[in-house]
Every structure is written in structure tokens, then in C-alpha cells.
Design a protein around this ligand. Structure first.
Ligand code: ATP
Length: 305
């Protein structure tokens, strides 16, 4: 079951085409990364999904109940827009109460939901502060808290971590990871390392179209490839190929990268790794780093070059 589906969605701004027949399938409970260059259409995709903008054509299915309608979806989805700002003279507590009411929360449940999200984003001690006195990181955490008020089933976060320092970004990442499996979360970001650690699925979008969508494990081939970073030397490819006949072995021309790809059981990686290390060490090749699969950034760059 998918929490969000887009089929052949087209969006024009005047004569400019921002979405060119976009397809997306976001499974329920996933943390789903949207990746694409500036202007690829990520913000537009989120806006048409949430019903902020009307698609020119195509089908959108939100929570299995068609496109956004207030009657069906209010309180069940939320969107944190890119670079969203909070009214600076409001106070944290009253602002969240206001957004909670907009989400359709009943008065009885309002305070508890505000308490929960403030606790979750570690802003309990700033509940009476004016928004203008918060740091940038605290402000981002407040906007994220607002998006989770009332526990919506689908949360769309457009670049929630932009401009955060590494400590704040890591904090927000941990905050989001604690929601894994509890809600469906779609996140756009240009930080692919961040998305790789956070998401279980990702989609690459370019020029308003889907290039690829899959699990992070499949995209990075974590279960079926292992890469070795080596000190420069002559990689003993024939010996490796003889010892591991069922694998594909690739060495970089400068002798610093060795990749072994294989099919079948991902647990095979332990046996393959032991064999490769034995042969490399026996050949006097220094191993600097071992990595399962490749990384999201390399795969994105390769898929969209
Ligand atoms: P970024 O990573 O820079 O945030 P994005 O992937 O979110 O980019 P969008 O903001 O969805 O991309 O923009 C998609 C395309 O639509 C771009 O070519 C952009 O210039 C155009 N566009 C976006 N908003 C409008 C608008 N209100 N009016 C006209 N064109 C727009």
C-alpha cells in the first residue's frame, strides 16, 4: 500500500513546464528521499501532492483516497515548505496551538499534542519564548515540530535541514529517525549523505520526470557489492577471479579502487570479504577502507549524468 502515488503528473507554471509526467510511489511507513538538481521539480511535486497547487494533468493518490480534499485529508497530511518562516513576534506555545487548530485538532487533544512535539524536538524549555529569540536551528526544529502536530499519516518535508550546522543536522536526523515506521515521511534534500542515512527509499527526479526510484539498499547495491579503497599497487585481478569465479571484479586503472559485485545471498559478503582480504594482504596491497555497496551520491550522479 502506498501513502502517496503520482501517475504521469504534469504541472505548468504559465508556459513553463515544471513537472513533465512525474511518477512516484511512496510506500506507507517509509522515509522517502526526493533527490534532484535545482529546478528539478521537487518543491512542485510536494506542492501538488499536498493540494497547495493544482496539477495541470495526471493522477495523484493521497493515502489511497484520491487527490487532496479538505474533507478527506485535513489533519492526515502535513507539509513543511522550503525556507518556511514563523511569525517572529508569536510565542512558541501559542503558535503551535494555532497550527494545531488549523490541523483540525480538537481543543482537548491540542495541549497534549503540542507538549509531545515540543518534547520530541527538545524545545520544552523554550515553550514560552518569542519566536524571534530562537536560534536558526531551534527555529527549524520548531517548524519540524509543527509539521508533526497531531501525528499526520503523511509528512512532506521540503529541505528541512538546510542551513543547519552539523550538530543541529545530526540532532534533527535523530529526531526524524525516531518516527521510522510510525508515519510516512517524504524529505527533499541536496545532502545525499544525509538522505542515505535517513531514508529507506529514494527517487531521483530531473527535469520534472522520474529517473529512478528504489530502496536505498538496491540503489547502492549494499547487499551485492563491496568496494575496497587501496594504497596504489597492482591489484591481483587474476588471483581474485580464480578464487571468486561467480563474481564480477573491477579494478581502477590507478590500482586504488577494487569493486566486487555478486548475485545471490547478501550474506555471501562475509565469505567474499575474507577471501579478498587474504589475497590482497598476501600480495602486499594496503587496504584503507572497505565499504558495502556504493553511495547514494555516486549512484545519483551516474544515473543523471
Ligand atoms: P530546488 O532544489 O532549487 O529547490 P526544485 O527541485 O524544488 O528546486 P521547483 O522549485 O519545483 O524545483 O521548480 C521546478 C521548475 O519550476 C523550475 O524550473 C522553476 O524555475 C519553476 N518554478 C517554480 N515555481 C515557479 C513559479 N511560481 N512560477 C514559475 N516557475 C516556477
Amino acid at each position: 500500500m502506498n501513502a502517496l502515488e503520482l501517475h504521469d503528473v504534469v504541472k505548468y507554471y504559465g508556459r513553463h513546464q515544471a513537472l513533465a509526467g512525474l511518477d512516484l510511489q511512496v510506500p506507507v511507513g517509509s522515509i522517502f528521499g526526493l533527490v534532484g538538481s535545482n529546478g528539478a521539480g521537487k518543491t512542485t511535486a510536494m506542492a501538488v501532492s499536498a493540494g497547495l497547487l493544482q496539477a495541470t494533468s495526471g493522477k495523484i493518490n493521497l493515502l489511497g483516497q484520491g487527490p487532496f480534499t479538505p474533507a478527506t485529508h485535513t489533519g492526515r497530511i502535513s507539509l513543511l515548505p522550503q525556507d518556511s518562516r514563523m511569525p517572529l513576534h508569536s510565542h512558541v506555545d501559542e503558535l503551535l496551538m494555532f497550527y494545531g487548530r488549523l490541523q483540525g485538532l480538537a481543543e482537548g487533544a491540542l495541549q497534549e499534542s503540542v507538549d509531545n512535539v515540543l518534547d520530541w524536538v527538545h524545545l520544552q524549555d523554550r515553550r514560552n519564548s518569542a519566536v524571534r529569540t530562537l536560534s536558526h536551528g531551534m527555529m527549524r526544529r520548531l517548524t519540524i515540530a509543527q509539521a508533526f502536530l497531531g501525528h499526520p499519516e503523511l509528512v512532506l518535508l521540503d529541505e528541512p535541514m538546510s542551513g543547519l550546522d552539523p550538530r543541529e543536522a545530526s540532532r534533527v536526523r535523530h529526531i526524524l529517525l525516531r518516527r521510522r515506521g510510525m508515519q510516512t515521511i517524504v524529505i527533499s534534500s541536496h545532502n545525499l549523505h544525509e538522505l542515505e542515512t535517513l531514508c529507506d527509499r529514494a527517487a531521483f527526479i530531473e527535469h520534472g520526470k522520474l529517473v529512478r526510484q528504489d530502496t536505498i539498499d538496491s540503489i547502492t547495491r549494499r547487499g551485492h557489492s563491496v568496494t575496497y579503497k587501496l594504497l596504489p599497487g597492482n591489484i591481483p585481478i587474476p588471483a581474485l577471479q580464480k578464487a571468486l569465479p561467480d563474481t564480477t571484479i573491477e579494478g581502477s586503472t590507478d590500482g586504488t579502487i577494487l569493486t566486487i559485485k555478486f548475485q545471490g545471498d547478501p550474506d555471501e559478503i562475509t565469505r567474499i570479504n575474507a577471501k579478498v582480504l587474504e589475497i590482497l594482504l598476501h600480495s602486499g596491497i594496503g587496504v584503507i577502507e572497505i565499504r558495502r555497496g556504493s553511495d547514494l551520491e555516486s549512484e545519483y550522479l551516474a544515473a543523471t549524468s
